[in-house]
Write a protein that binds this ligand. Structure first.
Ligand code: IPM
Ligand code: MG
Length: 368
């Protein structure tokens, strides 16, 4: 039997540093759990632009279509700010999402007990928090046409278009209901049906999918602004939240911060099943490239490590091994190992990226 294949795209900023730790974790699963992967590495974002003049080469795009799963670090950096829009690092990531048709972006926001004090909210509001945001990832205002900056009379006008088809809403709603069935059985759908026609359609289609196929799941609807407010007021009222591309971008950052640090949050972007039954899939931390700390060995690798745990669960049917890795991270945090992002002002010297990786590997060893 051939090994499953992984394409690793470390990208920019802290991407390569955190991915180096993930490589060690992947090797651990190969050596200690008989889960060997065939890993190839390639360029995305500014790193690809520097070499190829584009943020994602056609060759890399083709490879991404062929592998069992893609693991991405982060893209972007201030040195690329003045590039033409089509060449910006972010376009590399957006091309992967669009061409792989990764319509369901799973962003869990879980509060590790050891970090409940780190949230800007009161510990009792976030302790034990476990919600899943399902963000539509291939449509909406991110991709809708017409778009651009145009001349109109004696001034310019910037245009983007929010556009959703029924089938696009239908498929992401199904993904959310399927997840809810394996969790607490609740879905809250968020849009702005009070001001946007696309929101009216969104609400209608989500309700229809529910009534026809998932009556056992509890469905509620909320305007996205109120949803943001409720996320900060009492986040534990939610189980699965399903929302569009732009609202999902915003709300998932809000939800992430509830948990104390963006440095802890993984994500999975899933598409339709491939010939081998596995979904098209890309896994990436929710945090960005953090250019201010890049190259200093300070970054927290946990979000990227936990993204690999999601890959074990959603691409490779290794739920128990995913749980093993998540538990290892939890143990390390409970033991007080802290990268700089997880420290209060008064704390001692923070752990480096490498030390955090070492600690997770030691916890994995101890789990055997
Ligand atoms: C995210 C990021 C991206 C997005 C950027 C880097 C294009 O903010 O994944 O949340 O806006 O989707
Ligand atoms: Mg974002």
């Amino acid at each position: 039997m051939t090994n499953p294949t992984l394409l690793i795209l470390p990208g920019d900023g802290i991407g390569p540093e955190v991915m180096a730790e993930v490589r060690r974790i992947i090797d651990w699963f190969g050596a200690k759990r008989g889960l060997a992967f065939d890993v190839t590495e390639d360029l995305v974002g500014g790193a690809a632009y520097d070499v190829h003049g584009v943020p994602l080469s056609d060759e890399t795009m083709a490879k991404a279509q062929e592998v069992d799963a893609v693991l991405l670090g982060a893209v972007g950096g201030p040195q690329y700010d003045t590039l033409d829009f089509s060449l910006k690092p972010e376009r590399g990531l957006l091309r992967l999402r669009k061409e792989m048709d990764l319509f369901a972006n799973l962003r869990p926001a879980q509060c590790f007990d050891a970090l409940a004090d780190f949230s800007s909210l009161k510990p009792e509001v976030v302790a034990g928090l476990d919600i899943m945001i399902v963000r539509e990832l291939t449509s909406g205002v991110y991709f809708g046409e017409p778009r651009g900056i145009f001349e109109e009379g004696n001034e310019r006008v910037g245009i983007n278009t929010q556009r959703y088809t029924e089938s696009e809403i239908d498929r992401v709603a199904r993904a959310a209901f399927e997840l809810a069935k394996k969790r607490a059985g609740k879905v809250c759908s968020m849009e702005k049906a009070n001001v946007m026609e696309s929101g009216i359609l969104w609400r209608e289609v989500v309700q229809k999918v529910h009534d026809e196929s998932y009556p056992e799941v509890e469905l509620s609807h909320m305007y996205a602004d109120a949803g943001g407010m409720q996320l900060c007021r009492w986040p534990k009222q939610f189980d699965v939240i399903v929302t569009d591309n732009l609202f999902g971008d915003l709300l998932s950052d809000v939800a992430a911060m509830l948990t104390g640090s963006l440095g802890m949050l993984p994500s999975a972007s899933l598409g339709a099943p491939m010939a081998n039954g596995r979904p098209k899939a890309l896994y990436e931390p929710v945090h960005g490239s953090a250019p201010d700390i890049a190259g200093q060995g300070k970054a927290n690798p946990c979000a990227c490590i936990l993204s690999f745990a999601m890959a074990l669960r959603y691409s490779f049917d290794q739920g128990d091994e995913a749980t093993r890795l998540e538990k290892a991270v939890e143990t390390v945090l409970a033991d007080g190992v802290r990268t700089a992002d997880l420290m209060q002002a008064e704390g001692g010297a923070p752990a480096s990226t490498r030390q955090m990786g070492d600690a997770v590997l030691a916890a994995l060893d101890a789990s055997l």
